[in-house]
Design a protein around this ligand. Structure first.
Ligand code: NDP
Ligand code: HSE
Length: 411
């Protein structure tokens, strides 16, 4: 039997899927039990893909996919909220199963689409939407199905990790490094979400559902990207023995959920400090397994296409066995979000040296902020604190206009 699928989008990820299906058909047939055929690929501009016209039928007409009863699986690789949402909704309403790599969409309209898929007995899978090639969502849904997770912390945006690695090690400036990340296919079509932390925030929303069973929105937590990170702070962090990485955190603190995306300092000898370029890593702490780290390519064509194919093959088996319609993760658990008092970390702080070391030390002491290190470097004062609450940090920012940067230090 052959299972016919349609691709929506033939860019970085879509072309990777096409390549895998073409080159690895023998293994796919063995593992899925079926031949998988790409019946059609929807693109915006067929001229751009003329070189692929002999391998796949190109179309600009989504209805021709929707109305083809032979197409059982629609693979959405367009990205963004619209028209991806409308296409997926229409595909499910037409009884088609869906695979997507779209974190923007699943973090924003996931519940609605998941409910629709269940009501129509269709599959909706999205393993590639988080951490590209690392099969993290399927691992959370299956291998952690009896375990209780207390924390997920990770590098979940390949573009920013690539930029920080290239700036820190190769001396590239921010613009050059971003341009390279775009050329290599790591960045989103519009890289704003990558550099402002929004892409990582979408991923942490999806991870929170899989790891804690808890539905949150990107409006529920603080998001800070790397776009305002200064060379000075990267270098000072290095001098103090740390590496700065953009980190997504979802953590159970006394029964409440703390979620954040922000640049953080990692000790130079931490595993995650050594995760470079487009590689991602997720460190998961749980009751039974303890601490586990999953790492691999978090962006790029073949790696992401591999995760997409894993979903396509799982859905193919479900279609053949007539077992479609089960949610990708059925874990559900309501958790409140933490307050600023509950969250305690040690911080790297950077102030304009418009005040004296004496005055700053006095203010920190008044706010009961214990100091591990304080020094003046050029026109800045750099402080490393012991553990303080987020509330103390907020009070400091209100009382000291010269505070220019504050980054958590993770152990
Ligand atoms: P690209 O921008 O490379 O490709 C997008 C494709 O969608 C293009 O082929 C484009 O057509 C097509 N397209 C865009 N808009 C429309 C439209 N309105 N109608 C029809 N076709 C359209 O994106 P990526 O492949 O990089 O990303 C795809 C998805 O995968 C996104 O959701 C992204 O977040 C996700 N993802 C990407 C990763 C990566 O490393 N790149 C990793 C993990 C997830 P045309 O070519 O004609 O312009
Ligand atoms: N733009 C994303 C990143 C792609 O750089 O991580 C993978 O989701």
């Amino acid at each position: 039997m052959a299972i016919k699928i349609a691709l929506l989008g033939l860019g970085t990820v879509g072309s990777g899927v096409l390549k895998i299906i073409k080159n690895n058909q023998k293994k796919i047939r063995q593992t899925s039990g079926e031949e998988i055929i790409i019946e059609k690929a929807l693109v915006r501009n067929p001229e751009k893909h003329r070189n692929l016209a002999s391998e796949v039928m190109l179309t600009t007409n989504f209805d021709s996919i929707l109305q083809d009863p032979e197409i059982k699986i629609v693979v959405e690789l367009i990205g963004g909220l619209h028209p991806a949402k409308e296409y997926i909704t229409a595909a499910i309403n037409a009884g088609k199963n869906v695979v997507t790599a779209n974190k923007d969409l699943m973090a924003t309209f996931g519940s609605e689409l998941i409910n629709l898929a269940a009501s129509k007995k269709c599959d909706l899978m999205y393993d590639a939407s988080v951490a590209g090639g690392i099969p993290i969502l399927r691992t959370l849904a299956t291998s952690y199905s009896s375990d209780i997770i207390s924390e997920i912390q990770g590098i979940i945006n390949g573009t920013t990790n690539y930029i920080l690695s290239q700036m820190g090690e190769k001396g590239l400036n921010y613009e050059e490094a971003l341009k390279n990340a775009q050329e290599l296919g790591f960045a989103e079509a519009d890289p704003t979400n990558d550099v402002t932390g929004k892409d990582a925030a979408y991923k942490i929303v999806i991870l929170s559902k899989f790891a804690f069973g808890t539905k949150i929105s990107i409006d529920d937590f603080t998001i800070q990207g790397i776009n305002n990170l200064k060379d000075f702070d990267i270098k000072q962090a290095q001098k103090l023995g740390y590496v700065i990485k953009l980190i997504g955190i979802a953590k159970n603190i006394n029964g409440k959920l703390f979620v954040e995306v922000a640049p953080c300092l990692l000790p130079g000898n931490a595993i995650m400090a050594h995760i470079k370029n487009e590689l991602n890593a997720l460190q998961i702490k749980s009751q039974s397994l303890g601490t586990a780290v999953f790492t691999g390519p978090g962006a790029g064509s073949p790696a992401t296409a591999n995760s997409v194919m894993s979903d396509v093959i799982t859905e193919t088996k479900n279609v053949v066995k007539n077992t479609t319609g089960q949610p990708f993760s059925n874990f559900s658990h309501v958790m409140q979000l933490t307050s600023s008092e509950d969250v305690k970390y040690s911080y790297y702080l950077s102030f304009e040296a418009e005040e004296t070391l004496f005055d700053l030390s006095k203010l920190l002491s008044n706010l009961e902020i214990p100091v591990r290190e304080i020094k003046q470097v050029q026109s800045r004062i750099v402080v490393v604190t012991e553990n303080i609450s987020r509330q103390q940090l907020q009070d400091l920012a209100i009382q000291d206009q010269y505070l220019k940067a504050s980054y958590k230090i993770l152990q």
